[in-house]
Design a protein around this ligand. Structure first.
Ligand code: PEP
Length: 258
């Protein structure tokens, strides 16, 4: 089993001071754990520099929660991939269901964001997942397949290998209702098969497919133990150092037992 990855998506939370405290607390708690798990913190834009400063001495890297699909210029209010890279940010979440819902982000926009992130050597963390109505009528595989194909399958094999996928069933995000480990595994295995058909077995095996949706310190171990779940994208539970670190420890436990 390859090392896991745990990404914390803070969303639009924390004051400047609270963010500083949380970044320091997570850094202190994971120091000396000799983690194999890759840890990424994704605070709001305004706190990224706090995180990249600390990351120089700590065992985590830093991601943003979004970026512009445009390179630069007259795009008021946006932040470019180039700006993120300049700050030492290494990852960027794109296509989160909240951005699809509130900002009408389409698969096409996500494809453009993927391209610009890769051009700037950032790792796109591309979210996909169905809403409950789609699962109820058994359309979840079809929906996720379309999202992945339209936002990622234009990439060369080499570029695709720099992408992380996060399967986040929308009905599980922030609701406390987690997908069962079996539901997560079923979808992750399906996504890996899609990758295998498009890019081959080696690329499919190496691909990181994270689970997101009410993952917490209680359920992380069972989710991460599934062979196709390569870690987690964590929202609410990434806002408390103890809970987030317990999730990272669950990832470590799975790796050490396999
Ligand atoms: C998320 O927003 O990416 C997420 C997984 O949220 P939560 O863990 O709070 O469900």
């Amino acid at each position: 089993m390859k090392p896991k990855m745990v990404i914390g998506n803070w969303k639009m939370n924390k004051s400047f001071e609270e963010a500083d405290d949380l970044i320091i607390a997570i850094g202190e708690q994971i120091a000396g754990l000799r983690l194999e798990t890759g840890v990424v913190l994704c605070p709001p834009f305004l706190y990224l520099e706090l995180a990249t400063d600390q990351a120089q001495e700590a065992d985590f890297t830093v991601g943003a929660q979004n970026c512009s699909e445009f390179k630069n210029g007259a795009v008021t209010g946006e932040i470019s991939a180039e700006m993120l890279a300049e700050l030492g940010v290494e990852f960027c979440i794109i296509g989160h269901s909240e951005r699809r819902k509130f900002f009408n982000e389409s698969n096409d926009t996500i494809a453009q964001k993927t391209n610009i992130l890769l051009e700037n050597q950032l790792v796109p963390v591309v979210c996909c997942g169905e809403v409950i109505e789609e699962r109820k009528v058994n359309r979840h595989f079809e929906v996720v397949e379309k999202q992945i194909k339209e936002s990622l399958f234009h990439l060369s094999k080499e570029d695709f290998e720099s992408v992380v996928i996060a399967y986040e069933p929308v009905w599980a995000i922030g609701t406390g209702e987690t997908a069962t480990p079996e539901q997560a595994e079923e979808m992750h295995a399906f996504i890996r098969q899609l990758i295998e058909k498009r890019y081959g077995t080696e690329t499919a095996y190496a691909a990181y497919i994270l689970y997101g949706g009410s993952c917490n310190a209680q359920n992380a171990l069972d989710l991460f133990a599934k062979p196709n779940v390569d870690g987690g994208l964590i929202g609410g539970a990434s806002l408390k150092a103890n809970e987030f670190v317990a999730i990272i420890e669950a990832a470590e436990t799975v790796i050490k037992e396999n």
